[in-house]
Design a protein around this ligand. Structure first.
Ligand code: ADP
Ligand code: ASP
Ligand code: MG
Length: 814
């Protein structure tokens, strides 16, 4: 015999019921039991309607109307008019009883668990009857059988316990007596020894099918649902989840216990001892092989087979000095919960015995807390035990796999993945079987936790990076362009899935949870909402994506001030904006500290020398134990341009004007010409070498006359340059006479930094520096005489964008 169970979605409407019929019609087994759920959503509707009635809310009648309409219209669509009347009269008579029950509930203003079971059983009773009639009309040799006549339970309404002796005997007697081939039965419903309707718990139709399969020693139990099997994680929350083709009973049981709703947890028990395989199949893709659950499997070499989660969990913690060494506390604690019929999903106890902590359903939390406080009233009043602590709205997340026990490091990997993503863990449990490791986390973190664990354990090391880019001017636009071009390479070769989830300029901002299509970013941004720095941050925070990176391509000090907020939420920061690293030392230090504390890199390679790997090289030197003795560098593209172009046949004024016009200087050229920009850069290098320096500590030997520096407009500045032309010509002549070139040099030595114009003699490393190139010489303990030299283009949107890109890849490899 074969037992098939079709879930709510599979029978939600006539179109789906037709699919079910095709699956059943294609079988040629001599005996088939088909267990069906209520039409999709009907159980919830029945429960809501009865709740409304019990609250004496007239609107329950609307629910009733909907219940009636769904069944009557199904009959009308499934059966031709001439075959409808007998089915309609049976169903209408059942609906009349349901109406009377609800009316009673409304009049008395009460809904007992017993009445609730009676009412809710109509979902399955009606669906199975209608489907059996439809099968018959379609020419199948089918009969309806009320499961309440076969499955006998105790009187624990809502989730009754099966009396297997009686049930097995009744099933065997029934199935051996019948002559028809296909029996259609309602799932979920049963009856007590006293003959009252009971139910097997939400999702219990799976269990009905398993009970029948076990009683009949069926060759297979097929659970037909709306997904193609048991997945590595809930496919509705983890897009990358994959179907597990073969899994053991124990693994399936753990996964379902921890929330893989595709299988109701008790389902496995009856079939396990008889070794009846379970197949999980998709009604909407019947050819898909789905998942096979059996006693043994090879695990396909995988240790972790799935990740599941159960929501709406509360943690109850019992703590106090009076618990240590006193026998019987745990017993009384668990007994109290058991007497209240509260099931425990997870238990942890500190080895100090100072506390016991259990996870239970949120719905049970208040009753549990009340009962436990009563049990320990004496100890609480004498301060030996604290009143029970209740934390609600939590979720348990569990890694499951039979072979996990023989592998070290899995829990380490699990917790470090969660830690890196700033998922706070409230409690941990590992079953003695080591078939699961579970952690209790906040509800808001579930999606992030599931996805990052899935990435760690199932996705061939592909790591998703979620970028939030502020500033899409020259550099930002180039950066987005580079990401777009390299996306495929990054994914294929570096196993990095880089997505840009949010972008903003000073006018608008836009987000797309699935990643912004980078070829359209301009139009997406143009249609975005008004830009707002705080709203941008709040959105990044509430999306709560794993591996989030904030990329600052602005030069704004307000944006720089927000870095701490990002880091505190474990959102990495990559910036080409120099302000944060060159402002107050304490702020710079705080950001570095936050980055460490929250496991979120703070990277700013482009602050010095654009795309040149200057800061990264310096970090590596220091990390490997080297010590910086001296840094000498030419770090200003604008000043290079000016002094490479200036000579005795042009005026200094004209050269600076040209530099400004060609975009080699800041709009305010004094920022470059005064040396402030170079001061910031050498300051950052000094700080990265481990020195506590502020900008005021840097000596600036300015070549500009005081008057030029103090001008308050560009026009006045340029006028002053004209006035001092002879001084500039003298600088040039002195250098030329000494066979030297003028270079604006930054230097750091013995803890002191200075910047200024220098005459560089022929043969010096700086002498032949062209255009906007930068050069840095690191003299260190390992490079004492011949310095380590980094040289190349040190300005420009393209190289700056590629420097930011490099920082993103560093985070990818973090
Ligand atoms: P049915 O009505 O057919 O009984 P359920 O809604 O009870 O269906 O169970 C199927 C659902 O289980 C899927 O739609 C999916 O959202 C959910 N689910 C949760 N975890 C998993 C998992 N690991 N694999 C497959 N489905 C899962
Ligand atoms: N209809 C019931 C429920 O929704 C049982 C089931 O579908 O398995 O819980
Ligand atoms: Mg189900």
């Amino acid at each position: 015999m074969k037992v098939l169970k079709f879930g709510g979605t599979s029978v939600a409407n006539p179109e789906n019921i037709n699919k079910v019929k095709s699956i059943v019609a294609s079988l040629n087994d001599p005996k088939v039991a088909v267990v069906v759920s209520a039409f999709g959503g009907l159980t919830d509707l029945l429960l809501q309607t009865s709740q409304l009635a019990s609250k004496q809310d007239q609107s329950y009648k609307k629910g009733l109307e909907e219940i009636e309409a769904r069944h009557l219209s199904a009959i009308k669509e499934l059966l031709p008019v001439q075959s409808q009347s007998s089915v309609l009269s049976q169903v209408k008579s059942d609906l009349n009883v349901l109406e009377t029950l609800l009316e009673g509930c409304y009049l008395i203003g009460e809904l007992t668990p017993k009445l609730s079971d009676k009412i809710v059983s109509y979902g399955e009773l009606l669906s199975s009857f209608i489907i059996s009639e439809f099968f018959r009309f379609q020419g199948l040799d089918a009969q309806f059988k009320d499961s309440r006549e076969l499955i006998i339970t105790d009187e624990q309404y809502g989730k009754a316990n099966v009396d297997f002796d009686k049930t097995n005997a009744k099933c065997q007697a029934y199935f051996s007596s019948i002559n028809h081939r296909i029996t259609v039965l309602p799932g979920f419903v049963s009856s007590s020894r006293m003959g009252n309707s009971t139910t097997l718990g939400r999702g219990g139709s799976d269990y009905t099918a398993a009970i029948i399969a076990a009683a009949q020693q069926a060759e297979i139990l097929e659970i037909w649902t709306d997904v193609s099997g048991m997945y590595t994680a809930n496919p509705r929350l983890v897009k990358q989840a994959k179907c597990v083709s073969h899994i053991s009973y124990e693994e399936a049981m753990e996964l379902s216990h921890f929330g893989a709703k595709v299988l109701y947890p008790p389902t496995i028990q009856p079939v396990l001892s008889k070794e009846i395989p379970i197949a999980i199949k998709n009604t909407f893709d019947p050819e898909n092989p789905g998942t096979l659950i059996t006693k043994n499997h090879n695990g396909n070499g995988k240790t972790v087979r799935g990740i599941s989660h159960v929501g709406n969990i509360s943690l109850l913690s019992l703590e106090g000095p009076g618990m240590v060494g006193i026998p019987g506390i745990s017993k009384r604690f668990f007994e109290t919960l058991s007497l209240k019929n509260i099931s425990i999903v997870l238990i942890t106890q500190a080895s100090s015995e100072h506390s016991i902590c259990v996870g239970i359903a949120d719905d049970d939390a208040d009753a549990a807390a009340y009962a436990v406080n009563e049990t320990f009233a004496y100890e609480i009043s004498s301060k030996k035990i604290k009143p029970i602590l209740v934390e609600k709205d939590l979720t348990i997340i569990a890694l499951v796999g039979d072979n996990m026990k023989s592998h070290q490091g899995l829990s380490g990997k699990m917790f470090s993945t969660l830690g890196k993503n700033n998922v706070n863990i409230r409690a941990i449990a590992q079953g003695a079987s080591e078939r699961n490791i579970s952690a209790v986390i906040k509800k808001d973190d579930v999606k992030k936790a599931l996805n990052s664990l899935h990435e760690t354990f199932f996705e061939e090391n592909t790591k998703q990076l979620n970028l939030f880019v502020m500033g899409v001017g020259n550099v930002g636009a180039k950066f987005l362009d580079q990401i777009r071009q390299q996306k495929k390479y990054l994914k294929d070769e570096l196993k990095l899935n880089v997505r840009v989830v949010g972008i903003s300029n000073s006018r608008t901002m836009a987000f797309d949870e699935n990643g912004i299509a980078l070829k359209d970013w301009e139009s997406v941004l143009a249609e975005g909402q008004p830009a707002d720095r705080n709203a941008f941050f709040n959105q990044v925070k509430s999306l709560n994506f794993r591996n989030s990176v904030f990329v600052d391509n602005t030069a704004s000090s307000d944006v720089a001030k927000s870095y701490a907020d990002y880091l505190r939420n474990s959102i990495s920061v990559v910036t080409c904006n120099k302000i944060a690293c060159s402002s107050d030392y304490d702020f710079y230090k705080e950001l570095k500290q936050l980055a460490k504390q929250y496991n979120a890199p703070f990277l700013f390679e482009t602050n010095v020398g654009a795309g040149l790997p200057i800061i990264d090289t310096l970090k590596h030197l220091i990390a490997s134990g080297d010590k910086v003795r001296k840094i000498q560098a030419v770090l200003s593209g604008s000043l290079n341009f000016v002094f490479n172009t200036f000579n005795d046949s042009v005026t200094f004024h004209d050269v600076v004007k040209q530099a400004q016009e060609q975009g080699y200087t800041e709009p305010d050229p004094t920022i470059d010409l005064s040396g402030v920009d170079v001061m910031r850069k050498i300051l950052i290098l000094a700080r990265e070498s481990g020195h506590q320096l502020n900008i005021e500590d840097i000596e600036n030997i300015s070549f500009l006359p005081k008057e030029s520096l103090e001008t308050n407009s560009n026009d006045a500045f340029f006028e002053s340059l004209k006035k001092y032309e002879s001084d500039f010509q003298k600088l040039y002549k002195d250098a030329a006479d000494a066979d030297s070139k003028l270079k604006y040099v930054a230097q750091f030595e013995d803890g002191k930094a200075k910047v200024g114009l220098q005459k560089i003699p022929r043969g010096h490393d700086f002498y032949n520096l062209e255009g906007s190139d930068n050069i840095v010489l690191f003299f260190t303990e390992r490079y004492p005489n011949q310095p380590l030299i980094i040289k190349g283009a040190g300005a420009g949107a393209d190289v700056t964008a590629s420097g930011i890109f490099a920082d993103i890849i560093r985070i990818g490899n973090f």
